[in-house]
Write a protein that binds this ligand. Structure first.
Ligand code: HEC
Length: 687
């Protein structure tokens, strides 16, 4: 279509109010959670003329903040959350703010949120802020008083344990089935734990309609895959990456995370159902229809990183409704949607036992025969970086001290390389699926992480991390290094933990210590008791474990780049009919390396793709080059890219208003040291 004609149609449509034909982006991940757009105005032939149509800046970015919404677009309004977790409603055609809602009571949050947006249902917008699920009026942004307690319910309640001991939120928005909002949750990956039960609430009143115990209780299926009392104290097995609904079948699908504590499971011997499961539930009742467990007794933090994609594939000439599940390990599972039967064979293979005291791993783990994994799964010496001779030498020296024995060798005291890493493989951006070609698009990180266990009684986390500045006697050297004596009278447990995680002023952040160590340190500051030195604690405290990790760290070379050879990130198209990888390209770059000629290395990337009927694959995600890319969906050829204000660590949405197609992405950055941002950018063809 030539430009003037399109312009004419655009203005005509405005005059004629043709908004009935608008195409919305109604739910997180798009319908069926397949990140597919039927729109065709933007096509491979014209994508190189794409321009910024509007930019909305929330002005909410702060150091290390993130912003990860998949924006929802309904009736011309776009809904998303900001780095400070305000909800904004923005005119999706112009980028002008309609309303905003701030749940922070005027207090600027100091901690960063990972939050993937909102749920729109009829007259309301649901969103989570810390432990609350809010219902806001879609027109005004005001809390709906009839919902729960003046517009919100407390997700810590109703889990069968004292609410004040629970830590529950939800990074991914809930899904709607009939008049219910169904929620997964985000819970600590350490102990004391909170259970990841899946719940349906009445969307009008907030009342609980059903609950599915992902950590089964006495008498329930799966109870015998845990120690007898684990259901009272264990945590995790939570669907943090969200849910998918098949309204026609009346089923809701979840993909759960690991049980806590993530890296050592001596107090949860057994397979630990329903951790690391694809779960199919009856959406009316919450009853289990089927489940498939991908990791038995997980000690790697191999959470399922994304909710199941509801796909239709062709088998023996017949269409089969299925779910496709991506993983952090690089496997894709394709399962019959009604029964859970695998559509490609799954073999249970013998895996190594654990050399760690008290640990007992499953003897076998499931391996799908097809499709092949979309990442490398083991690091060998010949794969170490050759970027410079010094980098290679540094990587080699570190590598030789670590275990690198494949995806099912556990974390050890010596240190184990987890590869693909704790952040995937596949990730929370989710996969896109093209119903026309049955291609599944998956972006992936290929960065090894080091998981090392530290015996708690070996060293005090306070002495080894904090005493250098605050001194062993806590008195510090004021004014340079403040005294921490009686710190509990000035700061709450949460505030201290937040300072330790994020740092403050000249104090560095210690998030990489991991939560168990941080909990030990905060306990020590508040009680004076260094749990590391108390051997009796194990007997009294069911949450006490012999080991913690010394942080989760990416295996880097001495200059801070991944210590293995590229690609460090990839984009993959996987044919789900044949179970084959159709194309695979390195994805992302480090601009400073590219400037020196080291291009196309791939890099860390977070956030998902969207595929269009017109033949395009849109994705931001790449962490350091901040680019937004459009590829030919059939070949992986790059057709267009633009630089965003900050990395687009989010999944784009595609919609049409008044005959004009928009592609929108939030630009939050803030991952792995990249700069943070707080804006939303919409692209369209010039009028
Ligand atoms: C490199 C030196 C250094 C190290 C190591 C360090 N801190 Fe700090 N810490 C500081 C400085 C400097 C401040 C004051 C920060 C400011 O002015 O905002 C501070 C402040 C604090 C505060 C707030 C004190 C108050 O009165 O508001 C706490 C709590 C704290 N540190 C705990 C810790 C803990 C726990 C560790 C170990 C995990 C630790 N720090 C490690 C330098 C350090």
């Amino acid at each position: 279509m030539s430009l003037p004609i399109r312009k004419l149609i655009y203005w005509l449509s405005l005059v004629l109010c043709a908004s009935a034909a608008d195409v919305q982006w109604p739910v997180n991940g798009g319908p069926d959670n397949i990140r597919y757009s039927p729109l065709t105005q933007i096509s491979p032939a014209n994508v190189n003329r794409l321009q910024v149509a509007w930019t909305f800046d929330s002005h909410d970015a702060f150091k290390d903040s993130e912003m990860q919404s998949n924006p929802i677009v309904v009736e011309g309004i776009l809904y998303a959350t900001t780095p400070k977790l305000r909800v904004v409603a923005v005119n999706a055609e112009t980028g002008r703010e309609v309303w905003n809602f701030d749940p922070n009571n005027g207090q600027a949050p100091t901690r960063r949120y990972r939050h993937r947006g909102v749920t729109v249902y009829k007259d309301r917008v649901f969103f989570t802020h810390r432990n609350f699920l809010w219902a806001l009026d879609r027109k005004t942004g005001k809390p709906i008083e009839a919902f729960g307690d003046n517009g919100r319910i407390d997700l810590r309640q109703g889990l069968g344990r004292p609410a004040e001991n629970m830590t529950v939120s939800a990074s991914t928005p809930g899904v709607i089935f009939e008049d219910m909002i169904i929620m997964g949750s985000t819970v600590p990956e350490t102990l004391p734990g909170s259970p990841g039960h899946i719940r349906a609430f009445d969307a009008n009143t907030g009342k609980l309609r059903w609950i599915f115990h992902t950590i089964p209780q006495p008498g329930e299926f799966g109870y015998n895959t845990w120690p007898k009392d684990a259901w009272k104290i264990s945590g995790g097995a939570n669907a943090w990456a969200g849910l998918s609904v098949d309204s026609k079948l009346g089923m809701v699908f979840a993909a759960t995370g690991s049980a806590s504590f993530d890296f050592y499971g001596a107090n949860r011997i057994g397979d630990n159902l329903f951790a690391d499961c694809v779960l199919a539930l009856d959406a009316h009742t919450g009853k289990r229809v089927w489940h498939f467990q991908a990791i038995k007794h997980d000690v790697w933090d191999y959470d399922f990183p994304a909710a199941p994609s509801l796909v239709t594939v062709t088998r023996n000439g017949r269409k089969v409704e299925a779910v496709a599940q991506i993983t952090k390990t690089g496997f894709v599972y394709v399962l019959d949607r009604r029964t859970g039967d695998p559509l490609f064979p799954i073999e249970y293979r013998k895996v190594p036992p654990s050399p760690v005291d008290g640990e007992k791993l499953s003897e076998t783990q499931p391996y799908p025969v097809k499709p092949p994994p979309f990442t490398r799964q083991i690091i060998t010496e010949d794969m170490l970086t050759t970027r410079t001779p010094e980098a290679h030498a540094g990587a080699l020296a570190a590598f030789r001290k670590l275990n690198s024995k494949g995806i099912f060798f556990p974390p050890t005291v010596q240190g184990t390389l987890i590869f693909p890493g704790v952040d995937g493989g596949g990730e929370w951006g989710g996969a896109a699926f093209d119903p026309e070609t049955a291609l599944l698009y998956v972006n992936s990180n290929e960065m090894p992480w080091i998981a090392r266990l530290v015996a708690r009684d070996e060293k005090s986390a306070y002495k080894s991390n904090c005493a250098s500045c605050h001194r062993e006697d806590l008195k510090g050297t004021p004014p340079t290094f403040p005294s921490l004596v009686d710190i509990g009278q000035r700061l709450s447990r949460q505030e201290i933990a937040a300072i330790v995680r994020q740092g403050s002023g000249r104090m560095p952040g210690f998030a990489s210590l991991g939560n168990p160590a941080i909990t030990d340190i905060v306990d020590f500051l508040l009680t004076g008791k260094d749990s590391a030195g108390d051997p009796k604690r194990a007997a009294q405290d069911p949450n006490w474990l012999k080991y913690r990790t010394d942080g989760e760290v990416i295996f880097l070379d001495p200059d801070g780049y991944p210590a293995i050879s590229p690609p460090w990130g990839t984009l993959n198209a996987i044919d789900l009919n044949q179970g084959e990888i159709r194309w695979k390209i390195p994805f992302g770059e480090f601009p400073e390396l590219a400037a020196k000629g080291l291009k196309n290395t791939g890099s860390d990337n977070y956030g998902g793709p969207v595929v269009t009927a017109s033949g395009l694959l849109f994705i931001g995600a790449t962490n350091f080059d901040k680019k937004f890319h459009a590829y030919d969906k059939l070949t992986g050829k790059l057709l267009w890219e633009a630089e965003l204000p900050a990395a687009g660590n989010a999944t784009p949405s595609i919609y049409e208003i008044n005959g004009r197609e928009f592609v929108v992405i939030v630009c939050g950055g803030g991952k792995n040291g990249a700069p943070s941002g707080g804006s939303i950018v919409a692209f369209a063809l010039p009028l």
